[in-house]
Design a protein around this ligand. Structure first.
Ligand code: SPV
Ligand code: MG
Length: 321
């Protein structure tokens, strides 16, 4: 059974934490993770970036959000008696307009309860540029009124499901940072005005939640949006992705009005790091490494990648792995 993010938001007083999962094993790792303070993840983020990395293709909408949805493996069938997680899907630009009803239905049937669509130029395979890239502005931001039509189409398709539709605002990520201090200040002010205007338009188009994205190393863009938005609307859930501005505490964002914090690519990064180090160690020490370690040997023999990864992550500090 999957959890509903709408219900979790109510249950957890509007403070939700998600971690990216790109396959069934990583999802189980998210489900079982417990911090020293007893905190857990409430659900998973099906990231376009890490799902495509897993598939070995670039994060450019080479395959459509509908095609990608068909590749989610068994997210709805965890073993019984496990803690239910909610699932949030990264739908990139939303894909082809005609695909929207089938996309929403496919995701709902797989236990997804929130879809996030970004206000970038309309779907064209291979043309998407990831928001964190320096060149993210090369993919233009969508006209806000045209994007509102996309949000309306998703909202209509979601009417019979427990599904939240989130409009993701890319104004800060497409912005070119100015060298001149005064120009930069003005550009930031204009970007904030634009982002707040877009949020109002997308809410009128029946978006259930708003995501504000930023690739700045400072949390200031996001904090200014949260303050500006919350001045007029204390209720609509707000979503953030603190990948580049990672040093600010969760509480600072929750207290500023954020409700859903998405750690968007961290398991894939941990996996790449751990497995790279392991393969180097293996080359250096084989076959002694396997001869000495029966458990590790078992993990490999049954090709249980998650078991292998957990063994490495069990060392807590990835650098020790
Ligand atoms: C993803 O994880 O695919 C996202 C978040 O869309 S980001 O990569 O930060 O754009
Ligand atoms: Mg993405």
């Amino acid at each position: 059974m999957s959890a509903s993010i709408r219900s979790l938001l109510a249950q957890e007083k509007g403070r939700i934490r998600l971690l990216e999962a790109h396959d069934e094993l990583s999802r189980e790792i998210v489900r079982n993770g417990i911090g020293d303070d007893g905190q857990t993840f409430h659900g998973t983020w099906i990231s376009g970036l890490t799902q495509t990395t897993y598939l070995g293709i670039p994060d450019t909408e080479l395959i459509s959000p509908l095609e990608r949805a068909a590749l989610i493996t068994r997210t709805q069938s965890p073993p019984t008696n496990t803690r239910p997680l909610c699932t949030v899907y990264d739908a990139d630009s939303g894909g082809k307009r005609d695909d929207i009803p089938a996309l929403v239905e496919s995701l709902a049937k797989q236990g997804v309860s929130m879809i996030i669509i970004e206000d970038k130029a309309a779907f064209e395979p291979g043309k998407k540029v990831n928001s964190l890239k320096e060149t993210s502005g090369l993919q233009a931001q969508a006209d806000m009124y045209e994007f509102a039509q996309t949000i309306r189409a998703f909202s209509t398709a979601a009417a019979n499901f427990d599904m939240m539709i989130t409009a993701r605002i890319e104004t800060f990520t497409v912005r070119t940072i100015k060298d001149d201090e005064a120009e930069e200040k003005e550009s930031l002010k204009e970007a904030l005005r634009d982002a707040l205007r877009r949020a109002a338009v997308y809410r009128s188009a029946r978006a259930d939640a708003i995501m504000i994205h930023s690739k700045s190393p400072s949390p200031d863009e996001v904090l200014s949006f949260l303050a500006g938005y919350r001045a007029n609307d204390p209720i609509t859930p707000l979503v953030i992705v603190p990948t580049t501005y990672a040093k600010t505490s969760e509480d600072a964002f929750y207290n500023a009005g954020a409700n859903v914090i998405i750690y968007a690519n961290h398991l894939m990064r941990a996996k790449i790091s751990a497995v790279s180090k392991f393969s180097e160690q293996f080359l250096a020490e084989r076959p002694a490494l396997f001869a000495q370690d029966k458990d590790l040997n078992n993990c490999v023999q049954v090709q249980n990648y998650g078991c292998l990864l957990q063994r490495l992550l069990g060392k807590k500090n990835l650098d020790e792995a």
